[in-house]
Design a protein around this ligand. Structure first.
Ligand code: GTP
Ligand code: IMP
Ligand code: MG
Length: 337
């Protein structure tokens, strides 16, 4: 399967970073390319006891043999990008499209003080909304206009399409999630762009006929940060009783927690054209499943949950994450596809 897109099925933070890191290690892509909005995203990857939170560099960076690309559709904050390049030591293999739009200090200032964006919508304050507005107004700077970014510039669509045509595996990362899509989410409580698989493909310049697999990631207990409707939300005390307390990777805000939403999951898989489902947090359905790596070792309660997910979504569940570490996963792709 030469081109695979991984997207979020709920309100972001489904654990895409962890799923992508697993796929990268097992499938060995030559390129991992990131689409999505920009540094409002925070992907967490835990590997060999170390925890990384990445906002600009693809979360597949932990797989060392892949080139790491950021597509033209993604907003780039040069300071965040350069800091991550240094911190993760990926200067040799990280590249961004020369047409990426740039987040400037004024965008961050506006996003983090605006009564509408920060106050009402509950934005991440990372400048994404105002920067996308400037892009639509055609006044935004592009990556090619920023001196410090010059060593990292490339033509991402050209590199990615040539790799796909050679038969290489290209892994494409989305960010945020379906219900945060500007088009299909809980408008106006959404992010500043569409976040579905088609948009992610467009972000990196790959046409729909080139994409083979779309893996949609759902967490067993969906979460949401920021304001807006959340039909299956549970009271905080109930989440605490279940032992689920999460904080945002970027903003540190406490995530709202809800019950599985089969109706939303099915609709989201439909619009994304999902061919596979990845479920994270199965250890939250049943603590006994923590760290399990084989289907047979899941408890009946966990197996029933997975069967319910397949019944709701009508797409096979091929990846089951049983904990935050990269190795804590059941990979059923060989059996189910
Ligand atoms: P966005 O691009 O911001 O939407 O992020 P994301 O989808 O990469 O998810 P993020 O890392 O923000 O949040 C997921 C959280 O769940 C992280 O803290 C992960 O370490 C954790 N996580 C991932 N898989 C599992 C799992 O199977 N079980 C548990 N308990 N935690 C998990
Ligand atoms: P913005 O994208 O910063 O404008 O934020 C708009 C809404 O999307 C807010 O509710 C944010 O909390 C939410 N959001 C944006 N990016 C993410 C993400 O990566 N994970 C979870 N929520 C996000
Ligand atoms: Mg996140």
């Amino acid at each position: 399967m030469p081109a695979t897109i991984v997207v979020g099925g709920f309100w972001g933070d489904e654990g895409k970073g962890k799923i992508i890191a697993h796929i990268a290690h097992s499938d060995k892509p030559t390129i991992i390319a990131r689409g999505g909005v920009g540094p409002n995203a925070g992907h967490t990857v835990e590997i060999e006891g170390k925890k990384y939170g990445v906002r600009m560099i693809p979360s597949g960076f932990v797989y060392k043999d892949a080139k790491l690309f950021i597509g033209a559709g993604v907003l780039v904050d040069p300071r965040v990008f350069l800091r991550e390049v240094e911190l993760l030591d990926v200067a040799e293999r990280a590249k961004l499209d020369y047409r990426c739009s740039i987040i400037e200090e004024k965008h961050i200032e506006e996003d983090s003080t605006s009564a509408h964006l920060k106050g009402k919508i509950g934005s991440t304050g990372t400048g994404c909304g105002p920067a996308n507005r400037d892009r639509v107004m055609r006044v935004a700077k592009q990556a090619k206009d920023v001196k410090e970014l010059r060593p990292f510039l490339t033509d991402v669509p050209l590199e990615v399409n040539e790799a796909i045509d050679r038969g290489d595996l290209v892994l494409i990362e989305g960010s945020q999630g379906f219900a945060l899509s500007l088009y299909y989410g809980t408008y106006p409580y959404v992010t500043s762009k569409d976040t579905t698989a088609s948009a992610i493909a467009s972000d990196i310049g790959v046409g729909p006929t080139k994409v083979d697999e779309v893996i949609i990631v759902f967490k067993s207990f969906p979460t949401r940060v920021g304001s807006g409707p959340f039909p299956t939300e549970m009271p905080q005390e109930e989440a605490e009783r279940l032992g689920i307390v999460e904080y945002g990777t970027v903003t540190g805000r406490r995530r709202r927690i809800g019950y599985w939403d089969g109706k939303l999951a099915r609709y989201s898989a439909m619009v994304n054209g999902a061919t596979q489902v990845a479920i994270t947090g199965i250890d939250r359905i049943d603590k006994e499943c923590y760290g399990v790596t084989e289907w047979e070792k899941l408890t009946p309660k966990a197996k029933q949950f997975i069967e319910k997910v397949e019944d709701d979504v009508k797409v096979p569940v091929t990846l089951i994450s049983t904990g935050p570490e990269v190795g804590q996963i059941i990979d059923l792709r060989a059996e189910k596809l």
